[in-house]
Write a protein that binds this ligand. Structure first.
Ligand code: PMV
Length: 361
């Protein structure tokens, strides 16, 4: 599919008003997306686990206007309250997706949104938030074009979510999603995420992700600025090539179920992401002392127990701990007794791999 396939022809149906609600999860990248070209095209392919309980719920109410206006018309409620701080991001999203959703200025919208995870926990809500909003708008488009098939609905939802926040395109489906062209991944695309269709060993079923909230502060580097740092980064080309190679490695690992090899790829990806930030101009150091303390304890735990706990990081200080379901009990006990102390207010979130976004009745 190309961008043009997402530009609709005249809509056969008329829709006056209605509402729709979607719940969309966050995701955690194993191979990281870091660096982009124009229009949110990724500089390298990435793959993520879709999460389950870290979710955004978004209700979209729509009412057709008497006549189409020059501007977008929307109210935004976050956790029940008007939230002006989020308006610019939504406005920019609407501007970007309008060529693909030409009805946007014909309606008055109310967007009511809330997160399952604590507010300003340092967990990025852009992936779950943007994907939930994209799905709501696609539900309206499907009412305008009832012939739309499921495949188109899903691909276009991911395509639109990507225009809101790149990694959001990986939150529509589960359990493993690839975004970005990769020679050895069937139907992979720079335009949207696709489920990883190869064989996946049972070791990765129900994989756990416990998120340790190390630092709940505002992000020091926005992802827009962060991606831009890769534009004239001295190691960019090597890094982009490495991401392709790591996807090839993971493809084999998913088939074989080799958890030790999985850990090597995933931890190296996390540290490479941070290494890119430390070696860009300007440079950023986003890990905190507690991030490092946790990482060192994870290394020691692995050595002492032979279990397969590993970490990954996003562009921040929080730590995602990944581990197989069958090792969950011992690992969770270790987290509670040894790692909780490094979390702000002792806060962490137990999540796991999930199957993607859901429409609520
Ligand atoms: O979707 P963005 O633009 O917020 O970028 C997210 C980048 C990372 O979270 C650091 C990595 C990833 O692939 O999710």
């Amino acid at each position: 599919m190309t961008e043009k396939d997402f530009i609709p022809k005249a809509y056969p149906a008329a829709v006056e008003h209605g509402e729709v609600t979607w719940q969309s999860p966050s995701n955690i990248a194993l191979v990281k997306y870091w660096g982009k070209l124009d229009n949110q095209i990724p500089a390298n392919p990435s793959i993520s686990f879709t999460l389950d309980s870290c979710r955004t719920t978004t209700k979209l109410k729509f009412q057709k206007k008497q006549k189409s206006a020059a501007d977008f018309d929307f109210r935004l409620l976050f956790e029940g309250e008007e939230k002006d701080a989020f308006r610019p991001k939504i406005l920019k999203f609407m501007q970007r997706v309008e060529p693909y959703l030409p009805f946007l200025k014909d309606y008055e919208f109310t967007i009511e949104t809330s997160n399952s995870f604590p507010h300003s926990s340092g967990i990025a809500s852009s992936a779950s938030g943007m994907s939930a909003l994209a799905l709501c708008l696609m539900s309206l488009e499907r009412q305008l074009n009832p012939e739309m098939d499921e495949e188109y609905f899903t691909r276009k939802s991911s395509f639109l979510a990507r225009l809101g926040s790149g990694s959001a395109c990986r939150s529509i489906e589960g359990e493993l999603v690839v975004w970005g062209m990769h020679n050895n991944i069937y139907r992979s695309s720079d335009l949207y995420g696709v489920p990883f269709r190869d064989e996946v060993h049972d070791n990765f079923r129900n994989y756990r992700d416990t998120i340790l909230l190390v630092d709940k502060g505002e992000k020091q580097v926005s992802s827009t600025l962060g991606h831009d740092l890769m534009n004239d980064h001295p190691y960019a080309e090597t890094r982009f090539r490495q991401a392709h190679d790591n996807l090839d490695k993971l493809k084999k690992i998913f088939r074989s179920g080799d958890l030790s090899e999985f850990i090597k790829v995933v931890e190296s990806e996390a540290l490479t992401l941070h290494a890119m930030m430390m070696t860009s101009q300007p440079y950023f150091l986003l890990m905190k002392p507690n991030t490092l303390a946790i990482i060192n304890k994870v290394f020691r735990f692995r050595e002492e127990t032979g279990l397969h706990l590993c970490f990954t990081l996003d562009a921040g200080a929080n730590v995602h701990l990944l581990f197989p379901e069958k090792e969950a009990q011992e690992t969770l006990e270790f987290i509670e007794s040894e790692l909780k102390q490094y979390c702000q207010n002792g806060q962490y979130i137990n999540d796991r791999v999930g199957s993607g976004a859901k429409k609520l009745a």
